[in-house]
Each structure stands twice: as structure tokens, then as C-alpha cells.
Design a protein around this ligand. Structure first.
Ligand code: HEC
Length: 146
């Protein structure tokens, strides 16, 4: 009896440990992608505000990161990643998951359109705000204010 119980407890701990490890990995993965967007957006935001010269290569780097990441991010908010590791994701994400992930589809489409449209500083200033407005719109609802 005692041995059976011990085995049962060990297995339960192993299963809980595995689930926890998975949460940590998926939360880290989405934060790495989003953190990359943040880093790539810094020089682009500076150029938009006139604090740095327009740079087509940096702009395309950001837009390509958004196109790529927006395809992966909808799968990186599974039900078992609400808690477990430090996350700024708000529980409201899981109340209407389709609406939340539509935000990634939209920013991906906007970035694809901007990649095609941006050729010079004038088109940069016209197109980039359309892409970047998605960041704040989503964070306002779905990310803990920090
Ligand atoms: C559809 C929703 C959505 C969109 C669009 C979005 N984000 Fe986020 N972002 C989130 C959520 C949710 C988190 C919190 C993730 C977590 O902590 O688990 C986050 C976190 C972040 C972080 C912190 C990452 C870290 O290291 O913890 C940065 C930086 C960031 N976003 C930048 C951006 C930028 C820049 C854009 C636009 C180019 C953007 N995000 C667009 C939902 C979004």
C-alpha cells in the first residue's frame, strides 16, 4: 500500500512538473518573439518621430519579424499557459481566444501590406503608423499595464 501510494505521488509530481515546464517554455517563446518586435520597433519609432533618419533595411527587418511572428503567436497562448511563470498576459485572452488571435492575423496582414508599399520616407510615414497602432490596441485590452 505504502509503496503504491509513493509511486502514485511521484507520478503525480512528475506529471505536474512536465506541465509546468511546458508552460514556462511556451510563455518564454511568445515573450521572445514579442520582445524581438519591441527591439526592432525602437529605431523605426525613432525614425517616425524624426529622431533618426529613415532606414529601409531596419523597417523591413521589423515588418518581416511581425509577418513571421504573427503566424506563430496564435499557437503560443494555450490554455495551460495562463499561469505558472511570470506573464503579462491577461486572463481575458482566454475568454474570447478567437478575437484575441485575430489581432495577430491583422497585424500580420498590415505588415505584409506595408512591406509592399514602403519605398521611401513618405510611404514609410504613411504606412508604419497603421502597423504600429495594432501594438497598443492589443496591449490596452490583453496585456497587464506595466
Ligand atoms: C494581438 C495582441 C498583441 C499585439 C498585436 C501585439 N502584442 Fe505585444 N504583447 C501581447 C501580450 C498578450 C503580451 C504579454 C505576453 C506575456 O507576458 O505572456 C505582449 C508583450 C509584449 C512585450 C514584452 C515581451 C517580454 O519580453 O515579456 C513587448 C516588448 C511587446 N509585446 C511589443 C509589441 C510590439 C512592438 C507590437 C507591435 C509591433 C506588439 N507587441 C503587438 C499582445 C500583443
Amino acid at each position: 500500500m505504502k509503496i503504491k501510494l509513493a509511486i502514485g505521488v511521484t507520478m503525480a509530481l512528475a506529471i505536474a512538473g512536465a506541465a509546468y515546464a511546458q508552460n514556462v517554455a511556451v510563455i518564454k517563446e511568445r515573450q521572445t518573439i514579442l520582445g524581438g518586435w519591441g527591439d526592432a520597433a525602437k529605431p523605426v519609432g525613432g525614425a517616425l518621430r524624426g529622431q533618426a533618419p529613415f532606414n529601409l533595411a531596419e523597417t523591413q527587418k521589423l515588418l518581416n519579424a511581425i509577418v513571421d511572428g504573427s503566424k506563430k503567436l496564435p499557437n503560443l497562448f494555450p490554455d495551460d499557459s495562463k499561469t505558472g511563470e511570470k506573464t503579462e498576459a491577461l486572463p481575458v485572452i482566454w475568454e474570447d481566444k478567437a478575437k484575441f488571435t485575430a489581432g495577430f492575423t491583422k497585424i500580420g496582414a498590415d505588415a505584409t501590406a506595408a512591406l509592399a508599399a514602403i519605398k521611401d520616407e513618405a510611404s514609410f510615414k504613411a504606412e508604419i503608423p497603421k502597423v504600429l497602432s495594432n501594438c497598443g490596441a492589443c496591449h490596452k485590452v490583453y496585456r497587464k499595464p506595466g
